[in-house]
Design a protein around this ligand. Structure first.
Ligand code: PMP
Length: 414
């Protein structure tokens, strides 16, 4: 007689034995786990990486949503829509990209559910298991999370290093795949706050050309510049070289999360048409489209208040960045180093060798201050003597108090 599995063997909990191998690469995000700990009101948190909700353009969204759900408009706003995205919003993005030196048409644009979705789609599009993704060291851990499901190998990409292209290719082949793309944040990177200079961007393009791979340019923080001059996106520089976006290997990812509101989940990808068309097919299979009403509301608000709203954010966050840099200067002991970004949401701190960010966090939480330990931003988990500080969420006085507490905790560990 055939042996039957008992009910307990067959219980839902056992379904995890059936999960695909790729799930072993999916780890809980350290940030999300951390954020759960931070509900206590007396903790000054430099963890997280989110906009200050006090500065959401709430009234503009209220009006836009009311308009979208009016009797005349609801039939469109509450209906299915195209996978490519809401046409008026794609047209606003065409103009926006044009102002940043990227000449394109609406057919070069796909609206995504945040740029995070575009990262997932690009992993799906490009990565076979054991293919190589070149990433900065450290890099945005959400990108690693998105790519991990496609089982790539990571290799360090440093535009300043002169590592021979043949070595990078040989290592990729030895691992059983090919170099498929370089993933980089061009402005105010998460987690370091560092911006690539124009020379570095040109070097990235040159090296990608030699490697024959794509460039994924994550521009999530591009608008949040508080000092200094804008540097053209890599896609703009590549179009200057090649004459047309259709000849370009750069895929640019934009987002309304940092400028308007992350809760709506609206971002976009800009690339040569064949790439966008393949991403559209991916989207059709994954979620059909980005929420119609959210795209309509974002279009309305972007056309209404984008520039003035971003100007407000620059003023508020710029003052907070200055407060954090000044507080670090005042309170950090000798041997601690940090970046001096011109925008974005983060300052990156390097602790003296041997001091671990994760261990420091335990002590810091006792002193009621929090941050994200830096190891999780390295594809190989190295450089654990680092930490990321967010400044967008705290007013200047809190920043001063929190950095003073952190300085004391670090000094006590030395
Ligand atoms: N890229 C970077 C560098 C980010 O920091 C984030 C958000 N933390 C994202 C992409 C994803 O943003 P969203 O999906 O909200 O556009």
């Amino acid at each position: 007689m055939e042996k039957k599995m008992s009910l307990s063997q067959n219980s839902p909990a056992r379904l995890n034995t059936l999960f695909a191998k790729r799930t072993q690469k999916m780890k809980a995000s350290e940030i999300r786990e951390l954020l759960k700990l931070l509900d206590q009101p007396d903790i000054i948190s430099f963890a997280g990486g989110i906009p200050d909700p006090a500065y959401f353009p709430r009234v503009a969204f209220e009006q836009a949503m009311l308009k979208a759900t009016s009797e005349q408009a609801a039939g469109v706003a509450l209906q299915y829509s195209t996978s490519e995205g809401y046409t008026p919003l794609r047209d606003w993005i065409v103009d926006y990209m044009g102002r940043h030196g990227v000449s394109c048409t609406r057919d070069n644009i796909l609206i995504t559910a945040g740029s995070q979705q575009a990262l997932d789609y690009l992993g799906k599009l490009f990565l076979d298991p054991n293919d190589t993704a070149l990433v900065a060291w450290p890099t945005y851990m959400g990108a690693l999370g998105a790519f991990n499901a496609y089982e790539p190998r990571y290799d360090r990409f440093d535009p300043q290093a002169n590592r021979p292209i043949e070595d990078i290719t040989a290592d990729a082949e030895a691992a059983g795949g090919r170099v498929k793309f370089v993933y980089l944040s061009s402005d105010f990177a998460n987690p370091t706050g560092v911006t690539l200079t124009e020379d570095q961007r040109l070097t990235v393009l040159k090296r990608a050309e030699a490697l024959g791979c794509a460039v994924i340019e994550d521009a999530a923080y591009q608008e949040l510049r508080y000092q200094g001059e804008e540097v053209k996106p890599m896609l703009a520089l590549e179009i200057e070289q090649k004459g047309s976006i259709e000849e370009c290997r750069t895929i640019y990812l934009g987002s309304f999360s940092k400028t308007l509101a992350p809760g709506l989940r609206v971002g976009w990808a800009v690339a040569a048409k064949p790439v966008i068309q393949q991403m559209v097919l991916t989207k059709q299979a994954a979620d059909l489209q980005t929420a119609t009403i959210n795209q309509i509301a974002v279009n309305e608000v972007a056309r209404g208040v984008f520039n003035e709203h971003v100007a407000t954010l620059r003023e508020v966050y710029g003052a907070r960045l200055n407060a954090m840099l000044a507080a670090l200067e005042r309170h950090m002991p000798e041997g601690v180093e940090w970046t001096r970004p011109e925008g974005g949401m983060f300052v990156w701190v390097t602790l003296p060798k041997g001091m671990g960010g994760a261990e420091l966090l335990v002590k810091a939480l006792e002193a009621k201050v929090a941050f994200v330990p830096g190891g999780a931003f390295y594809a190989d988990g190295s450089h654990t003597n680092t930490l990321r500080l967010n400044f967008s969420m705290s007013p200047a006085a809190k920043i001063e108090e929190g950095i003073a507490r952190l300085g004391d905790v670090i000094r006590a560990q030395m």
